[in-house]
Design a protein around this ligand. Structure first.
Ligand SMILES: Cc1cc2nc3c(=O)[nH]c(=O)nc-3n(C[C@H](O)[C@H](O)[C@H](O)COP(=O)(O)O)c2cc1C
Length: 351
């Protein structure tokens, strides 16, 4: 299956695994790349030394192209430091024990860590860097110099236009079905709208878990699929078995929209934590990014301790389509083969 995505990166299948913080570590990234897709490291959650080690691990597990996801501020100047000051003050007040459980967001809360992440990623020069929320000019410039492709994740037509103007190489158009930070519009509606609105190749995300999803994405004008939730239920993903099993057993109504984690709109498992938060009327009480300081420990409560009632676990609606644990490579190969069959069968049927 050849598209502009497979051609650009010399990969076999037009499938990206999403750069899920904590969940997408070296094992998952390498497994997807080794299967002929494009694995993406959830780089946001690493302190500098750990990020270097994780990149080395990926490179020891695969010689195929891979990507890294980052969450960057608009600038690394004093102006931005001002915006993050309350978060860092909060970090300063946390106990060692509390800090120990902040693995998912520690780098974001620690002064200088993001600048170090940037340096490490630019030095590693992965095939692509994927960005969420902001596409800063200073970073784009550095990527161009090193021939690192830039990919930005948009949940609306407006954001997609903004990223296109910034000169990204690909835009991920992500529908509301997706796990993690997400917008209001469904994939079926948003993907063709973004394809129409921008001149940049579009990768589809949100609600894709199998070959039917990939075939639909290609029909809507996308050049590939960006898949998160499906890859949680793989042995290579990081996370407690109880969390993975919950994805396999989950029903569509088990996800909710919550502002409790980052202060921005996010789809996650509905549980005691999200329900208490929402019923207390505290929607995103501290706003982005300060809210991370309130809820940052909740991620490891879910992923590491397997506490499904009090943990904060992003997950998408495809949990209603995921019924078994499968090696990540098999997910990639099956998705691609199934999409291929569907497209050929449609061609025959409609002839
Ligand atoms: C557990 C989890 C963690 C995520 N973490 C991140 C992240 O760190 N950065 C990011 O850009 N997107 C993150 N996302 C969103 C994914 O990148 C992706 O856009 C989304 O999962 C696609 O939709 P799907 O879940 O329906 O496949 C996360 C999603 C999940 C489910």
């Amino acid at each position: 299956m050849k598209t502009i995505l497979t051609e650009r990166f010399g990969i076999e299948h037009p499938i990206f695994s999403a750069g899920m913080a904590r969940v997408a570590q070296a094992e998952l990234t390498a497994a997807v790349s080794n299967a002929g897709g494009m694995g993406c490291l959830g780089g946001v959650s690493y302190m500098p030394e750990a990020l270097t080690a994780e990149i080395e691990k990926i490179e020891s597990l695969t010689d195929k192209p891979y990507a890294i996801n980052l969450l960057l501020p608009a600038s690394l100047t004093t102006e931005d430091e001002e915006a993050w000051r309350p978060v860092r003050e909060l970090w300063g007040r946390l106990s060692e024990e509390e800090r120990g459980k902040m693995a998912g967001v520690e780098a974001l809360l620690t002064k200088g860590a993001v600048a170090d992440q940037v340096e490490i990623v630019l030095d590693a020069a992965p095939a692509a860097v994927t960005l969420t929320f902001a596409v800063p000019d200073w970073f784009m410039e550095e990527c161009r110099k090193r021939d690192i492709a830039t990919i930005a994740l948009a949940g609306s037509v407006g954001k997609a236009r903004e990223y296109a103007e910034a000169g990204v190489d690909f835009i991920v158009a992500q529908g509301t079905e997706a796990g993690g930070h997400t917008g209001y519009v469904t994939s079926m509606t948003l993907i063709p709208a973004v394809v129409d609105a921008v001149d940049v190749p579009v990768i589809a995300a949100g609600g894709i878990a199998d070959g039917r999803g990939l075939a639909s994405a290609l029909s809507l004008g996308a050049c590939g699929a960006w898949v998160g939730t499906r890859f949680i239920a793989t042995p290579e993903a990081y996370g407690h078995d109880a969390f993975k099993q919950r994805v396999i057993d989950g029903r569509f109504q088990d996800t909710t929209i919550t502002f409790s984690y980052s202060g921005k709109r996010m789809r996650a498992f509905s549980n005691d934590w999200t329900q208490q938060w929402e019923s207390s009327g505290e929607d995103g009480a501290s706003g982005f990014p300060a809210q991370y300081g309130v809820a940052g420990t909740r991620v490891e409560t879910g992923y590491q301790d397997g506490d499904l009632t009090e943990g904060m676990m992003p997950v998408g609606q495809t949990l209603g389509l995921v019924h078994e644990m499968k090696p990540a490579g098999e997910v990639v190969r099956n998705m691609s083969a199934e999409a291929d069959q569907i497209i050929s069968a449609l061609h025959e049927r409609l002839r």
